[in-house]
Design a protein around this ligand. Structure first.
Ligand code: PLP
Length: 219
């Protein structure tokens, strides 16, 4: 536990004011999370719906839960009552489903568009053109119960720092283009979720506003 506390303090001390830390609790027990909660941190992320809804009732109600993993439309209803931010929107179909479930819960759910920025084949995410297609679709303006607040991406799992940096820079440029083209006057279109345990310092240098860290905190 002293280690976890030190890990959090060390990371937070290196973050500029604009960057918020999302502590990723996947694969960690409720007891471990309670210890971290005891340090005062309130923003947590999970990447699997099942794991999240099992932990939810066993943890304090003032936690801000971010959903960061690939989300299937048939699972949206489980997290719609409480999700503070969904980082991983990668289709219009998913966005419509989130809107529908948010409406049922009388909420507006903040969402990020997830982009495919890595050179690896396995990652999820949109291309810039696919994002434009969503934002220009005739259905989009009627989605009153979602609010697109920015972008998310995962860099390649690589030791090549220049590669990782160029992928983060690409995501920042996508953010800037979307901001200019679609969200110029939307103040809460402001988040860039990028950076994990192995690459967050680079992500912060390249403009991240949210970093998602698990391993570097729990080990
Ligand atoms: C697991 C996960 C993280 C955190 O990864 P670590 O390397 O443990 O910091 C961040 N984002 C997503 C989408 C994840 O699934």
């Amino acid at each position: 536990m002293p280690e976890i506390k030190d890990n959090i303090a060390s990371i937070k001390s290196k973050l500029p004011e604009r960057v918020r830390l999302v502590i990723v609790t996947k694969n960690h027990s409720v007891d471990e999370i309670k210890l971290v909660y005891g340090t005062g941190h309130r923003v947590y992320g999970e990447n699997r719906v099942q794991e999240l809804i099992e932990k939810l009732p066993l943890l304090p109600g003032d936690i801000e839960w971010h959903f960061i993993g690939h989300l299937q439309t048939n699972k949206v209803r489980y997290i719609a009552p409480f999700a503070k931010l969904i980082h991983s929107v990668d289709s219009l179909k998913l966005l419509k489903e989130i809107n529908k479930e948010a409406l049922k819960n009388s909420r507006v759910i903040p969402c990020l568009l997830q982009f495919y920025i890595a050179t690896e084949e396995t990652k999820f995410g949109l291309s810039l053109q696919e994002a434009r297609d969503i934002l220009e679709s005739p259905d989009y303006p009627s989605l009153k119960n979602i609010s697109i607040c920015g972008v998310m991406g995962m860099a390649s799992l690589s030791e090549d720092k220049d590669l990782v940096r160029s992928e983060f820079r690409h995501l920042k440029s996508i953010f800037d283009q979307l901001k200019r083209e679609y969200f110029e006057n939307k103040e809460d279109f402001r988040d860039i979720s990028m950076g994990m345990s192995g690459d967050w310092p680079i992500a912060v240098e390249e403009g991240a506003t949210l970093i998602r860290i698990g391993t570097a905190i729990f080990s």
